[in-house]
Design a protein around this ligand. Structure first.
Ligand code: AMP
Ligand code: GLY
Length: 427
């Protein structure tokens, strides 16, 4: 069987490693992939993850049995629609269903219409009206979100009216996120622990994966700038079986039913970003794809076959398909370039990676590296994700940090407290 994975980060590497555990998988291509993903797949750096025509032509030419579209932008742009039109089997939502992530206005209106718990909000296409609303509510912090995709940076949380005015102007007038900021959502600030839940859904049935916790800020103690994610742990200790049951009844099943009722059933991996507030679980955001770096702790704990789950998602047979996770725990520590998420240098040599792309005692997911003159070098902000598993979260965290000690590159930055909050919650 020939599989093509679209994308080129740690998430795609984790998907590839897991798919390869299925003995029927013979050839795996990654478009474009990166230096370290080449340990596990044939990478094609010439083909961008957003190039729908080139990806489709490649899949047809190589007679791909399955194409997994991992990132949000090609999903939102209709890559799955194009692949299906060309007769290629594809995993991921079509463009209509991907709106659940690509438009915050769409997702907020969906939740309101179908009674799915989320923060109170209003939508504005005019900066002055948005500012007047913030002023009228007078509650701080408040939350201002660009409607469209913004590389995970389209959410601003101003603490004062002055900051809120600046935030609205940045998004709507200076167009910091381009056309994504033509409309904004102003919403109520929620408090509580955050939980990420990825779920397979075939448009009817929902099979959640093990829960996880991201660490979005650049520095220890949740200080510093927001990043794409500096590390993850799974399972998330705040996500008790009681809360999981409530989320299934109040959020997961209603969301999937709402998408079907709107004529855009969601087939793929649906990511629920949840806040466990004092009044119950609420949706902070939906993503139309596997999370990054959540996938780097979730898939290592998956015991059943990923290819089977993906096929069942496409075929509408998830109800009859086993999706099973281990009782253990996993931790992923991201090794980032110095300066990330702002400016950072590239092409710095990386040392300590073994001949199979991993290190002793941990699995390394290559997120942003390249091969230059036969040497692995940095090529992105988040460079590597080092994941270890264990029977307990404490074991997994200790093993992941021990493994990071084997890896070096100039300016390397990691948080030293990945999992600390979760371990404290476990007591
Ligand atoms: P997002 O880009 O939608 O993932 O949002 C980024 C982060 O902003 C989330 O992970 C939350 O920590 C925070 N956030 C978003 N919406 C809210 C909200 N309504 N209340 C509090 N925090 C929020
Ligand atoms: N880790 C958050 C995301 O994938 O959007």
């Amino acid at each position: 069987m020939t599989i093509v994975v679209v994308g080129g980060g740690g998430r795609e590497h984790a998907i590839i490693k897991k798919l390869k555990q299925n003995p029927t998988v013979e050839a795996v291509y990654c478009l474009p992939g990166n230096g370290g993903i080449a340990f596990d797949a044939v990478c094609v750096p010439e083909i961008k993850a957003t190039d729908i025509d080139a990806v489709t032509a490649f899949a047809v030419e190589h007679r791909a049995d399955l194409v997994v579209v991992a990132p949000d932008d090609p999903l939102a742009a209709g890559m799955v629609d194009a692949l299906e039109a060309a007769g290629i089997r594809a995993f991921g939502p079509n463009a209509a269903a991907a709106r659940i992530e690509a438009s915050k206005v769409f997702s907020k209106n969906l939740m309101k219409k179908y009674g799915i718990p989320t923060a109170r909000y209003e939508v504005f296409d005019d900066a002055a009206a948005a500012i007047a609303y913030v002023e009228e509510i007078g509650e701080f912090p408040t939350v201002i979100k660009a409607d469209g995709l913004a590389l995970g940076k389209g959410v601003l949380i101003p603490e004062t009216l002055e900051e809120a005015k600046a935030a609205v102007r940045e998004i709507m007038e200076d167009k910091k996120f381009g056309a994504s900021g033509n409309r904004v959502v102003v919403e109520q600030f929620l408090r509580g622990p955050e939980v990420s839940v990825l779920a397979f859904t075939d448009g009817k049935t929902v099979k959640p994966m093990v829960s996880s916790m991201d660490h979005k800020r650049a520095l220890d103690g949740d200080r510093g700038l927001n990043t794409g994610g500096m590390g993850t742990i799974a399972p998330n200790p705040y996500y008790t079986p009681e809360i999981a049951a409530r989320c299934m009844e109040e959020i997961f099943l209603p969301t999937v039913a709402a998408m079907a009722a709107e004529g855009c059933p969601f087939k793929g991996c649906l990511y629920f970003g949840l806040m466990l507030t004092a009044t119950g679980p609420m949706v902070i955001e939906y993503n139309c794809r596997f999370g990054d770096p959540e996938t780097q702790v979730v898939l290592p704990l998956m015991q059943s076959d990923l290819l089977a789950a993906m096929n069942a998602t496409i075929d509408g047979t998830l109800a009859e398909t086993e999706v099973v996770f281990s009782d253990g725990a996993a931790a992923c520590v991201v090794l980032a370039s110095g300066g990330y998420p702002e400016n950072y240098r590239k092409l710095i040599p990386i040392s300590g990676i073994g001949a199979d792309g991993n290190v002793e005692g941990a699995c390394v997911y290559h997120a942003g590296d390249a091969i230059k003159d036969g040497q692995l070098v940095t090529a992105g902000g988040r460079v590597l994700g080092v994941t270890a598993s264990g029977e307990t979260l404490a074991e997994a965290v200790t093993a992941a940090y021990a493994a990071t000690e084997q890896i070096h590159f100039e300016g390397m930055h990691k948080r030293t407290d990945i999992g600390a909050r979760a371990l404290a919650a476990l007591g």
